[in-house]
Design a protein around this ligand. Structure first.
Ligand SMILES: *[C@@H]1O[C@H](CO)[C@@H](O)[C@H](O)[C@H]1NC(C)=O
Ligand SMILES: *[C@@H]1O[C@H](CO)[C@@H](O)[C@H](O)[C@H]1NC(C)=O
Ligand SMILES: *[C@@H]1O[C@H](CO)[C@@H](O)[C@H](O)[C@H]1NC(C)=O
Ligand SMILES: *[C@@H]1O[C@H](CO)[C@@H](O)[C@H](O)[C@H]1NC(C)=O
Length: 347
């Protein structure tokens, strides 16, 4: 007896439903193996974590997002750090990801196969930590939980990591990162290039400025804008001052009163602006992705360049793939280790 056509349809749609949700069918991104980068002859030998107080280790943190093209950006950024370091073997990468279960292991293998000599650790960042605290912003990419992981570095990383360089995924470094690592933070928790001509009126809503309980937070400070994509943090001091809770406080206020339109940046401005150690501007030539709405081509700011940052809507990998690159995107291209699908089937 032939099967009831309705049952057959049901079975078919069930099958389609199952396969479309099955992660095994997803094509995981693949990357070429980076060459081995070795320490120069005058480099000390890095011994962290065996020696938890080893001063020669440079700790760097970045996020890895397996489900979006940002992973391609993170890998290019790591490649650029290694290529320009005098002591590349003394870098230790602390990667944060929301990916879990078998994808966590796939991601771990991807990093190992792309950078076989890299010292790194992969940490799981649970989106439930921030999900209730995130308010929608003007650009969806800014609302991803992973974008907020930088707030939790002090909790996620081992207590022996006292200083960290946090880097976004849409940048490359063309200088020795040890120079950024060694900056003097003096008494500050956070170091970043500052922009003191920025008009703070634009970062917060009328609701913020009209309520002295909120705007009073900026009183008696000379707040300057800084970009949270490149930060040097004293994690010891961050932990003592409980900066994570202070940032969460402003996210709760935002949830209730809508005091700003951007994503994770305004809480950082509210907690730190005016108390930031100014770093040379060369360490964050930001805005190369254009603004948050259009992603137009931008030029470099005047002055020397140690780090190029495609903050904004336009990303070099998207513009290169669409064959409509901006002139500066050609500086990102040499760090791209992504294997395009036709290349995979050829090899
Ligand atoms: C990640 O990969 C490395 C090297 O292959 C391995 O030693 C480590 O245990 C892996 N970590 C996890 C969490 O799977
Ligand atoms: C760092 O800067 C502070 C304040 O400017 C200064 O007192 C201190 O000596 C500096 N530390 C080092 C190691 O240069
Ligand atoms: C900042 O912008 C606001 C609103 O557009 C304006 O009223 C104010 O005069 C500006 N302040 C400065 C110092 O330019
Ligand atoms: C970090 O802050 C702690 C606590 O305030 C301080 O003792 C330490 O010297 C700072 N470390 C650096 C490298 O600035």
């Amino acid at each position: 007896m032939p099967p009831d056509p309705r049952t057959a349809t049901l079975l078919l749609s069930l099958l389609l439903l199952l396969t479309s949700h099955c992660p095994a069918t997803a094509v995981l991104p693949q990357f070429r193996e980076a060459p081995a980068f070795r320490n120069g002859k005058d480099c000390p030998i890095s011994t962290w974590p065996t020696d938890p107080h080893d001063p020669s280790t440079i700790h760097i943190s970045m996020t890895l997002d397996y489900s979006t093209p940002y992973l391609r950006g993170s890998i290019a950024a790591v490649f650029s750090v290694l290529q320009h370091s005098i002591c590349p073997e003394n870098t230790f990468f602390h990667f944060l990801t929301t990916t879990h279960s078998h994808h966590f292991h796939d991601l771990n293998s991807t990093i190992t196969s792309t950078f076989p000599y890299l010292h790194f650790h992969l940490y799981h960042f649970s989106p439930t930590l921030v999900n209730q605290l995130i308010s929608s912003s003007i650009r969806r990419a800014l609302d991803q939980p992973l974008n907020y992981a930088r707030i939790y570095l002090a909790d996620l990383l081992p207590a022996t990591v006292n200083r960290i360089i946090y880097l976004d995924s849409d940048l490359i470094i063309i200088d020795d990162i040890a120079k950024l690592w060694k900056i003097n933070l003096s008494s500050h928790v956070l170091g970043a290039p500052e922009y003191c001509h920025a008009n703070f009126s634009h970062y917060f809503t009328a609701k913020f400025w009209s309520n002295p309980l909120f705007s009073g937070a900026l009183k008696n400070r000379s707040p300057c804008y800084f970009n949270t994509g490149v930060m040097v943090l004293n994690l010891t001091k961050w932990r003592t001052n409980d900066c994570t809770r202070k940032l969460e406080h402003w996210m709760r206020v935002q949830k209730r009163y809508r005091i700003y339109e951007l994503g994770s940046l305004p809480p950082f401005l509210l907690v730190f602006a005016g108390n930031v150690e100014g770093v040379e501007h060369r360490w964050n030539q930001h805005g190369l992705g254009g603004d948050n709405l259009e992603g137009l081509c931008r030029d470099l700011h005047p002055g020397p360049v140690s780090l190029l940052h495609w903050s904004g809507k336009g990303k070099p990998w998207l513009r290169l793939d669409s064959k409509k690159p901006c002139p500066l995107d050609s500086l990102w291209a040499p760090y791209d280790l992504y294997k395009h699908r036709q290349l995979i089937s050829d090899s």
